[in-house]
Design a binder for this molecule. Structure first.
Ligand code: ZN
Length: 144
């Protein structure tokens, strides 16, 4: 049984592995932090949030200071999809933001069926599934 965890991560309960939901890549053991199996790109924070003021004229430009904050992006090493991003103080290790009790998860899912595509897609709050019409509008021209 594969249990979806995020848009791009799922856990294979039988093999106890984190998997990429997009390409099936085996990210790593599900009893460890999934980020250990991903590619990390430490970005220049001022590249993500560009200065509003001219850095040649002003010390503070509204861009984050790379001496104080790091922005990390995590990518699947196989298909390259960006799976996660995080902002951290300089020197702080990556957050271990998801750690499941796998034995409890296995017990919880032992009596369940795998999720259907509709269940994976989630609720339809704006009724888009009922939204059927052509975007080619009819143009009526008046009698003039
Ligand atoms: Zn992938």
């Amino acid at each position: 049984m594969k249990v979806p965890v995020t848009e791009y991560l799922e856990i294979d309960l039988e093999r106890e592995l984190w998997l990429c939901r997009r390409c099936g890549h085996e990210v790593g053991p599900a009893r460890q932090a999934y980020k250990e199996g991903l590619l990390v790109y430490a970005r220049d924070p001022a590249e993500i949030h560009k200065p509003i003021l001219d850095p040649a004229l002003y010390e503070f430009t509204f861009a984050p200071d790379g001496k104080w904050i790091s922005i990390l992006e995590y990518y699947c090493p196989d298909c390259g999809v960006m799976m996660e991003t995080e902002y951290l103080p300089i020197g702080h290790p990556p957050l271990n933001d998801m750690q499941f009790d796998l034995d409890a998860l296995k017990a919880q899912w032992s009596g369940r069926e795998p999720l259907t595509e509709a269940e994976l897609a989630g609720p339809d709050p704006v009724g888009m599934s009922q939204h059927h019409h052509s975007h080619k509008q009819k143009h009526e021209h008046g009698g003039r």
